[in-house]
Design a protein around this ligand. Structure first.
Ligand code: AMP
Ligand code: GLY
Length: 435
């Protein structure tokens, strides 16, 4: 599958990114009869079994454009938030490449929380009440005056999913605001902060395909963001997911479509920021109805790992329809089965953790009975080693949620690396909701 083998009607796809989400995208793209070559940059140890990996960083815009030229890519999928917010899609389009992912103007929906909150306010899209601040003294003054805890403080810009703090006390709020706005632990992302009302209710993740004209929500999912069982411990990128999310009933879905999904697409159009790609709606089903907690301008991780295995339609057809703005004419089909993903992380994650530990139990990155999406692995001298916080996503389809979970956990029990950490209660809340 070298570049020189290219024939007229075969597509060559480049995927930008290196995590479990990218691995799930690549495995789905591989199913398309239209595709005969997949490259990934930078990729990882497991992705290397499914795509040719190139050592170009995911935020290296010039490098990615060059690579797309070198391999004669017909389509480039930009998966992570940073390159999207930086304008990688614009740079690729300027060179004539077809892409999947929003341009810079639209990616701001994730790139700036101040932007997204103001958008929701302006267009009446339900979200938590909020105020924006540009200096720490005003934030603390406001929080003191309100005197309501817990409260929610969010850094304006990208912060690896860690830019949200939910202090229970004034002291915690003071130290959190200091870290974000003065110590700048998230850099310029903390120049402005949003303080918002604390909402309650189950959370639902809905990824949606959109070409800017119509919006097609995918099947729902539920993330498990905290590091430890019982939703204890620090916030992480996500320790596991299940799909469907039982809290996302047909009634809720209808309300979200009318009050959130369509209004968001229309609002972006009215702002001259038409969004094309995958828009991620992080929702909370509050006693007053569904509200938006956050938007992401990309597929979720690890939501993608449980949503895409359920997609029956050729994903390349969807990408092309979005490019051609003909998504409304495309029927998108889903597998009725449930899907679950249990993340195996390095001991210590999301704080510091060792790298380079040998992973055993897999054959060519795989294991019978489950799909193992690689997030933080590398191949070295034929050995598979850990190389990140989240290492593997052990994923299974099942006729029921229970069956899928059983398979995922059976897979987990067969895979080993020193100090592997995983939650033992992925899907527990979903199962309780189904009772
Ligand atoms: P975010 O990065 O915006 O998704 O926030 C991370 C997590 O913080 C979310 O998944 C929620 O669990 C929680 N969170 C964010 N905003 C609020 C809010 N307004 N009320 C309650 N919890 C929130
Ligand atoms: N799993 C949460 C996210 O992708 O932002």
């Amino acid at each position: 599958m070298r570049p020189s083998d290219k024939t007229e009607d075969q597509m060559r796809v480049l995927v930008v990114g290196s995590g479990g989400r990218e691995h799930a995208l690549i495995k789905k793209i591989k199913e398309s009869p239209k595709v005969d070559y997949i490259a990934c940059c930078p990729g990882n140890g497991g992705i290397a079994y499914d795509a040719e990996c190139f050592n170009v960083g995911a935020t290296d815009i010039d490098g990615v454009v060059e690579l797309a030229k070198t391999i004669s890519a017909d389509f480039v999928v930009v998966a992570p938030d940073d390159p999207l917010v930086m304008g990688m899609v614009d740079a690729l389009n300027a060179e004539g490449f077809k892409t999947f992912g929003p341009n810079k103007a639209a990616a701001i929906i994730e790139g700036s929380k101040v932007f997204s909150k103001n958008l929701m306010l302006k267009y009446g899209i339900p979200t938590a009440e909020y105020k924006v601040f540009d200096n720490p003294a005003d934030v603390i003054g406001y929080i003191k005056e309100k005197g309501e805890f817990p409260t929610v403080i969010k850094a304006d810009g990208l912060a690896l999913g860690k830019g949200v703090i939910i202090p229970e006390t004034l002291e915690d709020a003071v130290s959190g605001v200091k870290e974000i706005m003065e110590d700048k632990i998230f850099g310029a992302s903390g120049n402005n902060v949003v303080v918002e009302e604390f909402l309650t209710g189950p959370e639902v993740s809905v990824l949606a395909f959109t070409d800017g004209k119509c919006v097609r929500p995918m099947v729902s999912s539920m993330d498990h963001k905290r590091a430890l069982d019982g939703d204890k411990g620090l916030n992480t990128g996500g320790m596991g997911t299940v799909s469907p999310n039982p809290y996302y009933t047909e009634e809720v879905a209808k309300e979200c479509m009318e009050k959130i999904f369509i209004p968001t697409i229309e609002a972006m159009n009215k702002e001259g920021r038409t969004f094309k790609g995958c828009l991620y709606f992080g929702l909370m089903i509050t006693p007053k109805g569904p509200k938006v907690i956050e938007y992401n301008c990309r597929f979720g991780d690890p939501e993608t790992q449980v949503v895409l295995p359920r997609l029956k339609t050729d994903i390349i057809e969807i990408f092309e329809a979005i490019n051609n703005e003909t998504l409304s004419a495309l029927e998108i089909e889903w597998d009725e089965r449930a899907c679950t993903c249990v993340i195996m992380a390095s001991g210590g994650y999301p704080k510091s953790y060792p790298k380079g530990l040998e992973i055993t139990g897999l054959t060519n990155g795989n294991l019978d009975g489950v799909t193992v999406y690689h997030a933080g692995t590398k191949l070295e001298n034929g050995k598979l080693l850990t190389s990140g916080g989240r290492v593997l996503g052990v994923t299974a389809l099942g006729n029921t949620l229970e069956e899928a979970l059983e398979k995922s956990y059976e897979g987990v029990s067969k895979i080993h690396f020193e100090n592997a950490h995983f939650r033992t209660d992925i899907g527990k809340r979903a199962l309780e909701a189904l009772k």
